[in-house]
Design a protein around this ligand. Structure first.
Ligand code: NI
Length: 256
């Protein structure tokens, strides 16, 4: 059984066939799907889906792209949403200096506020880091962001950084790019980080793994990332499925 630890199931790309997508996920051996919000609306939708489908759990928060939308009011609304028992973490938050759709200051402010929110609610964090490795690490250390642990989603850094992050209480999650031919650096990291800290995810509808790169992504396709990881770790696919699912249950505190 597999767990997709990061999916944007509420994305409009899935509006026409969300039910079929969940059926295909089940047929592909997925037992759980963690649906991640990126602003208030999509966080509320994630909670809705988690109430509707027993295999779905929600993560609520504001993405660095949308950091400018995190008003005091939205923060209070996230707090209310996060009290639902189906909400298993806060995020995705972090820094994205590749696209800078919100200013760096807005991103840092929203990141720190969501770290505080996670601490108040005793929940782990889901962190997005693009072209901001050092600053993300500095904020994590300074704010003790890993107090209730957390996940570095779609990891793209190098091994020494992953080691630092694990020391801070973070798990390292790999998405579709792990299967890309030009992903040697990420594959090297995946081959070497502690097995008990590895997760897999789709980040669907984005980042579709090979051999479907370029098409819409969906949770069922996490099997391709699992397969690549099995190859890199010299394990069977079953072993990798078991290990990463156990890790996902531990970090998200999923009991059933
Ligand atoms: Ni995402």
């Amino acid at each position: 059984m597999l767990i997709d630890t990061h999916a944007h199931l509420q994305d409009p790309a899935f509006n026409r066939d969300r039910k079929e997508i969940l059926e295909r996920a089940e047929a592909a051996g997925l037992e759980k799907i963690i649906c991640i919000g990126y602003d208030y609306e999509t966080s509320a939708e994630a909670v809705q889906l988690a109430r509707q489908f027993p295999e779905v759990y929600a993560v609520v928060g504001v993405h660095p792209h949308d950091a400018k939308t995190l008003s005091t009011e939205v923060l209070a609304q996230l707090y209310d949403l996060a009290r639902d028992p189906r909400v298993v973490a806060i995020g995705e938050t972090g820094l994205d200096y590749y696209r800078n759709l919100s200013s760096p200051e807005e991103q840092r402010k929203a990141f720190k506020e969501q770290i505080k929110l996670a601490h108040e609610l005793y929940k782990p964090l889901v962190i997005h880091d693009r072209d901001a490795h050092q600053e993300v690490l500095d904020i994590i250390k300074k704010e003790k962001a890993g107090k209730n642990e957390g996940i570095m989603h779609c990891y793209s850094g190098h091994l020494p950084l992953a080691v630092e992050l694990m020391k801070e209480g973070f798990y390292i999650s790999f998405a579709g790019p792990l299967t890309f031919k030009n992903a040697k650096k990420t594959q090297e990291v995946a081959a070497r980080v502690a097995l008990e800290r590895i997760l897999i995810e789709t980040d669907c509808p984005y980042l579709t793994p090979e051999p479907f790169r370029g098409k819409r992504n969906e949770p069922a396709l996490v099997v391709h990332t699992a397969r690549k990881l099995a190859e890199l770790r010299h394990k069977t696919e079953e072993e990798i499925a078991y290990i990463t699912s156990q890790n996902a249950r531990r970090i998200y505190r999923i009991k059933d």
